[in-house]
Design a binder for this molecule. Structure first.
Ligand code: NAD
Length: 453
């Protein structure tokens, strides 16, 4: 196969073909990136900052175009897709401030001084999944470029269109040829070449835990740096003392946003036993109220799943005899539709409780007390996100500290702010993206001793 045929998830119409990058083309692109990076890192920090601000501005002017591409290619609701394109602009603007702040240290030592420099790594390979094609790409390429690196980016096979457009916009904004290249193709070919090509000095991988483990192992052959953002099975912990109405009204949006294709989806709702039945009574109308429909409709809150194969995988978790409490609605007819689904598993080890389903399916489970809530929340190989609903600030802090997870929110379902670090505990990942330190994660610290003799 030399190309992927893209399908609109909302109506199954054919969008077109995207040619795969060949191995020779990948190697050529990486060599091109090596020379572009040398020139880029030699620029004055202020010049690199200006170039990134121009890139942000060009992306800002293309928000509607990028959003419409994501609607077409990924089935994201248009209001969400606009937010995503705006987020790319904001991430670029945030990291445009970094080149002039890549500050080393001066260390007093006998006979002279030690100074440190934050040196760019060289070429960075970024491999992204299909669920948030442009935002996740930007979390990698913006800080990597800011730190003086070149970037080769591999989008997911199903969703390359916005990444390809961002690559073109970078050139329109005046970024040098070869500095930021988008290379579509299969993971096992193009992505794997990023891992095996010795000029690529860091891999930023976002995707499934299984592929992440393989990439980490293969990076070890060249002692190549790697950041992993992997799967999740996050808990939404609802205590009896919380604002139960608000917790129930918002719970569907904590898991069904992006049709549940969100690594941070709160796909386990854990409810204190004394309010379990009341919570379910409140949750049912909230789930029924989620507006599932055509992504181009301004009021749509949830669109289709990304692809037929993924729909089949999600559906396999809801067989005819599944313990369904209630479901929302979804369009019938063409498109990869799956209605929001609430399950009431009777066992804490049921695969719907332990597996990342990555679709609009949530399990609701009771817990007995604070210790049980923490134990149940932590009873997962993952540790990415989560929410805690309580009016007791002491409890909110105790439980936040008790849950082994990288991104928690109290009385909300917020996860990703570009100005704050993001990443997972346990098998949800390795390293952090975003926040004030992300650009430094794309550097090597060099120590230089200067003699005073
Ligand atoms: P995936 O692991 O199948 O693919 C991710 C990317 O890796 C794709 O671009 C794919 O082509 C590439 N790839 C596949 N095999 C490869 C190989 N052998 N070598 C190199 N690259 C390879 O994941 P997916 O199905 O696209 O995405 C869904 C997964 O991503 C979920 O598990 C989800 O939780 C995770 N995810 C995590 C985060 C996070 O920040 N933690 C964010 C979004 C998605």
């Amino acid at each position: 196969m030399t190309a992927t045929t893209l399908i609109n998830p909302a109506d199954e119409s054919v969008i077109g073909d995207v040619a795969h990058t060949t191995l020779d083309q990948v190697d050529d692109a990486i060599l091109h990136a090596v020379s572009a990076q040398r020139a880029w890192s030699a620029l004055a920090p202020g010049a690199r900052a200006d170039a990134l601000r121009r890139f942000a501005s060009v992306v800002g002017d293309a928000i509607e175009e990028l959003a419409q591409l994501e609607v077409l290619n990924s089935g994201h609701p248009v209001s969400q897709a606009r937010w995503e394109a705006g987020h790319v602009r904001d991430v670029l603007n945030y990291y445009a401030a970094a080149p002039e702040r890549m500050i080393g240290q001066s260390i007093p030592v006998a006979g002279g001084i030690d100074v440190t420099f934050l040196e760019p790594l060289g070429v960075v390979g970024i491999i992204v999944p299909w669920n948030f094609p442009m935002t996740i790409a930007a979390w990698g390429f913006a800080p990597a470029l800011a730190a003086g690196n070149a970037v080769v980016l591999k989008p997911a096979e199903w969703t390359p269109l916005t990444a390809l457009r961002l690559g073109a916009l970078a050139l329109e904004a005046g970024l040098p040829e070869g500095l930021f290249q988008v290379l579509p193709g299969p993971g096992a070919v193009v992505g794997d070449r990023f891992v095996t090509n010795e000029h690529v000095r860091k891999i930023v991988f976002t995707g499934s835990t299984a592929v992440g483990k393989r990439i980490m192992a293969r990076c070890s052959h060249q002692v190549k740096a790697v950041t992993l953002e992997l799967g999740g099975k996050s808990a939404n912990v609802v205590f009896a003392d919380s604002d139960l109405e608000k917790a129930a009204a918002t719970a569907p949006y904590g898991v069904f946003e992006n049709a549940g294709q969100d690594c941070c989806a709160r796909s386990r709702i854990l409810v204190e036993r004394s309010v379990f039945d009341r919570f379910l009574e409140l949750l049912e109308p909230a789930v029924a109220g989620v507006r599932v429909g055509t992504p181009t409709d301004e009021s749509t809150e949830m669109g289709p799943l990304v692809a037929r194969a993924h729909l089949d995988k999600v559906a396999s978790y809801v067989p005819d005899d599944a313990l369904v409490a209630f479901r929302g609605t979804a369009p019938t007819g063409p498109g990869f539709w799956f209605a929001p689904t609430v399950l009431l598993p009777t066992s804490r080890t049921d695969r719907v409780v332990t597996d990342e389903i990555f679709g609009p399916v949530v399990s609701v489970l009771p817990f007995d007390d604070e210790a049980d809530a923490i134990a149940l929340a932590n009873d997962s190989v993952y540790g990415l996100s989560g929410s805690i609903w309580t009016r007791d600030i002491g409890r909110a802090l105790r439980v936040s500290r008790g849950i082994d997870s990288g991104n928690l929110s109290v009385n909300s379902h917020s996860s990703v702010r570009y100005s704050a670090p993001f990443g997972g505990f346990k098998q949800s990942g390795l390293g952090r993206e975003l926040g004030p330190d992300a650009a430094a994660a794309f550097t090597e610290t060099k120590n230089v001793f200067i003699s005073t003799d």
